[in-house]
Design a protein around this ligand. Structure first.
Ligand SMILES: [Zn+2]
Length: 208
């Protein structure tokens, strides 16, 4: 298990409030931090909570409510271990090109359900497949979201894939999923952050 020094005091970025959320691939910062995000919630690996507790790192979970509704309680020990739950729609559709009402129902509906389950209403959003349009950004703002997030690195089957270069950069957002290889993926992500001389930080601390 990689170990990290304390994360720096967060210097949050300011986001525009103009009725449309920004769509960010990374946090514009020179602080030596990276952000680990874990999506969907389909495979509920029995070791995830213990792993998160042992790692002492913050993570953001973009949960699809249809994927977690069979066992919402599974995620409560993860939240106790430092995970923060954010919105990722109800049924994981490709939102691009969909009517405003459909997009708004997917975003607001998932945020409302997550709030009911976990006692905190999400303020961040990730569109399924990273696919979105101007309507998504407007609907997300109308649902109370502050920002919408893509990613710079993905982790699957224990392997980190980079969109650019071979190293995690300060402010990068890393994407993994609740999959059978959860343990391998989580450790691979932490090792990549460690190798880059960065510390995991909480995405929510960097957006005002
Ligand atoms: Zn997803």
């Amino acid at each position: 298990m990689p170990t990290f020094g304390p994360a720096p005091t967060p210097a949050p970025i300011s986001l525009p409030r103009d009725g449309s959320v920004p769509y960010l691939h990374r946090i514009e910062t020179t602080q030596k931090v990276a952000f680990l995000t874990i999506d969907d919630g389909v495979v509920k690996h029995p070791e995830a909570a213990a792993l998160l507790r042992a790692a002492h790192v913050p993570v953001t979970l973009f949960l699809t409510t249809d994927a977690v509704r069979d066992d919402p309680d599974y995620f409560k020990p993860l939240i106790d271990a430092g995970a923060v739950v954010e919105a990722h729609t109800i049924s994981h559709p490709d939102l691009r090109g969909k009517p405003y009402a459909t997009q708004k129902r997917q975003i607001c509906g998932s945020a409302d359900k997550l709030a009911a389950w976990y006692g905190r209403r999400p303020v961040l959003f990730r569109p399924p497949f990273g696919s979105e349009d101007a309507t998504t950004r407007r609907a997300a703002a109308d649902c109370g979201m502050k920002a919408s997030f893509m990613w710079r690195e993905t982790v699957d089957k224990g392997k980190v894939r980079y969109q650019e270069g071979k190293r995690v950069q300060p402010g990068d957002i890393i994407l993994m999923h609740f999959r059978p290889a959860f343990v391998k993926d989580f450790l691979a992500a932490l090792r990549a952050i460690r190798r880059a001389g960065l510390t995991p930080a909480l995405l929510e601390d960097y957006v005002r």
